[in-house]
Design a protein around this ligand. Sequence first.
Ligand code: FMN
Length: 200
Amino acid sequence: MLLNASELSQTDMYKILIGSVAPRPIAWVGSRDTNGINNLAPFSFYNVFSSKPPIAGFSTIPRPDGRKKDTLHNVEQGRCFTLSCVSHSLVQQMSKSAATLEPEEDEFSYSGVTPAEAAHINAPFVKEALLVFECTLFDIIRLGEGPGSGNLILGEIQHIHIEDTLYTEGRIDFEKLDPVGRLAGNWYSTIRDKFELKRG
Ligand SMILES: Cc1cc2nc3c(=O)[nH]c(=O)nc-3n(C[C@H](O)[C@H](O)[C@H](O)COP(=O)(O)O)c2cc1C
């Protein structure tokens, strides 16, 4: 079968993409609006792209009614955000925090996690998370318009909070971190079925 991307509907293209690029890491993004209201939401169009400068990026798609997601709005205004790692122990709370709440509602209390204050930027993060990046906005790249479009938000990582026991000899212990990945629909993955393969 050979599919021509330009002949696929936006929905079919979306389903192919999320089924093909899987598992995807999950950015659990903490931000704050100009009224001081905290916001927390997960985004699985997420990755890191360079280490000097250390750049992480995630993409927000428009809401079904076309409105911007609160996260995008807050990052445009505040130019900073936090990325909390979603360990398996936090997966229920992460899922709950994806609820579409009004801008004045705070997903931290709604999802049952504790907001902690970033050390160097004006944004909250998930206190229970084992690893957190504090980021300043590097760039926002608009990818199209309307349904299916994206807003690629690139952040420069300025500070990293790591649970002490996770970080030894310059390496992150990913077994202890126990991160969760997003597949498609309601499916997620862990890294508990990993294997080692020597290069070459
Ligand atoms: C695991 C997971 C991954 C998600 N990934 C994305 C994503 O990559 N982009 C996006 O726009 N929405 C994504 N969502 C949906 C947002 O989390 C949801 O729309 C949320 O309400 C946005 O919150 P906000 O309006 O406070 O920014 C995802 C939801 C879940 C549960």
